[in-house]
Design a protein around this ligand. Structure first.
Ligand code: MG
Length: 398
């Protein structure tokens, strides 16, 4: 049975260490606000999100986060002066609406690279033990020192030492109880695990990840963007499409959305834009979404005479829903006649606009077959397309 999970996302930091004037969680990381990326990482695992931030930034924070967590309840809570007070406000907001046994994940808005496996392990640990804290083993040698340029003190053995990350999770009951006891005794911890320990609850560590860095300085931002680029590159996918239509009298010749002056046109249920059909099959193929016949059956009267550019925009929507956007496309049109060279630029502009790509990411070329085959005999025109798609680098935009 699904156990309800809520997230408390901390967005109250400042940008002082980044040298930025705005809240660092609102700074873009590879084009999208850090806080939107953090929310997007939590989204598949949670049913309710409490966003904790400064009241003055409420509008901006909600605008950044909302598109990333569509369909999930969002509550805004005003943050306190310390992290502990902010979490406490988040717990209060949740307690007003949720049952005691739900799992709560407290997450730093600045840890926007957290991977799904890390979040999953924390949730599993809370289910099994009541608490779960993402942590990684310390790998550097540790030494104590008053300050730089003074003789350093002893080496601190690193065996058994862990660096705390987030998410830090517990049931709502345990969290509320722990924060209540800490407040009563005036205890201030630097993280939620410290509060849990202080209150006498066992803290169970789960394996975090070195990728799960907290963006605090300009250097962190550079590393985060490099890691995101690597993550996106590693899951690019390629697709191929092929299509043929017969040439017939009394039809318009439409290629890549452009009407080409010619004595005949292509026969088909839609406008028979063979080049766009090949392109759509390439895009759908790359995302393993089948082919255009499956999505737009020619038995459906709705698609009679429809512009294939309209169908292409539907394919783009399906691609985005599957979590992908195109990177580039290369289309070859195989036709003995007419000469297509004068129209290539306009065809490229039209296609790039629907693909939402710059023109230098879309290539359209035409070839003849030296009078060989059906294209050479001018019985029909064929087209082939190859494209690359990549995961949405961000939460889906409205
Ligand atoms: Mg076709």
């Amino acid at each position: 049975m699904h156990k309800r999970v809520a997230g408390i996302l901390l967005a109250g930091g400042s940008g002082t260490r980044m040298g930025a004037r705005i809240n660092k969680v609102l700074l873009p990381v590879a084009g999208f606000p850090c806080i939107a990326r953090s929310a997007s990482a939590l989204a598949p695992f949670i049913d309710h999100l409490v966003l904790v931030g400064k009241p003055a930034e409420k509008k901006e924070l909600l605008a950044a986060v909302s598109p990333a967590v569509r369909g999930i309840r969002i509550t805004f809570a005003s943050g306190g002066a310390t992290r502990q007070e902010s979490v406490s406000q988040g717990i209060k907001a949740l307690s007003a609406e949720e049952k005691d046994d739900i799992t709560v994940l407290i997450h730093d808005g600045a840890r926007c690279l957290v991977e799904g496996e890390v979040i999953r392990r924390v949730i599993d640990s809370v289910s099994a033990f009541g608490t779960g804290i993402a942590a990684i083993p310390v790998t550097d040698t540790l030494r104590s020192s008053e300050q730089l340029s003074l003789p350093a003190g002893n080496i601190v053995p690193r065996e058994g030492l862990w660096s705390m990350q987030t998410p830090q999770g517990a049931t709502l009951f345990i969290l509320r109880e722990a924060f209540r006891r800490a407040e009563e005794k005036g205890f201030q911890g630097t993280d939620d695990a410290a509060v849990l320990s202080f209150a006498g609850f066992p803290v169970y560590l789960t394996m975090g990840s070195r990728m799960n860095l907290k963006i605090t300085t300009g250097e962190d931002l550079i590393m985060a963007e490099a890691l995101l680029q690597h993550r996106n590159m590693s899951v690019c996918r390629v697709g191929h499409g092929y299509d043929v239509h017969q040439l017939a009298e009394g039809r318009k010749l439409i290629l890549c959305g452009l009407e080409i002056p010619y004595s005949r046109g292509l026969l088909g249920h839609s406008d028979a834009d063979v080049a766009v059909h090949a392109l759509m099959d390439a895009l759908l193929g790359a995302a393993a979404l089948g082919d255009i016949g499956r999505h737009f059956p020619d038995s459906d009267e709705h698609y009679r005479g429809i512009s294939s550019m309209v169908l292409l925009s539907h394919v783009m929507k399906k691609l985005r829903e599957a979590g992908y956007v195109p990177v580039n496309a290369d289309i070859t049109i195989i036709a003995q006649q007419p000469k297509l060279a004068p129209y290539i630029q306009l065809m490229t502009e039209k296609t790039a606009a629907v693909l939402n790509l710059p023109q230098d990411c879309v290539n359209i070329k035409a070839t003849t077959t030296e009078h060989l085959g059906f294209e050479g005999r001018m019985e029909g025109i064929s087209a082939q397309a190859v494209c690359l798609i990549q995961p949405l680098a961000s939460p889906p935009c409205p």
